[in-house]
Design a protein around this ligand. Sequence first.
Ligand SMILES: [Zn+2]
Ligand SMILES: [Zn+2]
Ligand SMILES: [Zn+2]
Length: 167
Amino acid sequence: MPEKILCDYCGNETTNDSEFCIKCGSIFIDDVYCLNHSERYADGVCAICHQGYCKKCGLRVNSIFLCNEHSDYEIYEGMARIYGSIDDSQINFLKSSIEKEGFHPFIYNRKATPMHLGGSDHSLFRSAGDSRNVIINEIKLVVPCSEVLEAKQLINDLLSGGDIVFP
Ligand SMILES: [Zn+2]
Ligand SMILES: [Zn+2]
Ligand SMILES: [Zn+2]
């Protein structure tokens, strides 16, 4: 029976047969190599695509390891933003749609819940050194990092379906 352990890096509860922490991407076993560089040890496992990458191919953003391809995701308390809108009825519709498919979405409304998520507002907004425009009143739909790719695909399908009328 696997025993419960805590990730040294982020404190997330995991089991001693895990190869990496699903929350922060820290690797627990030896001999994990970068997906792009077979001769380099991986520095972490991307929290979104779950592939190992070296320091060059990935980085820690607010203590969560992300590969270069996925480092643009905004991460809030281990959840990643997959959609944002100022229209809360649209967000609620998308949330219930992907919930029905078995995902675990959460609505992050900056105005209403900064204290719930802890920390100051400022720390919740990751700036990866870019000048991306942050929509201040945006309501964000976030899902656990491990659900991002599939949930985002579903959202894209819903939005491009054309036959959806938002209430
Ligand atoms: Zn961890
Ligand atoms: Zn990735
Ligand atoms: Zn690499």
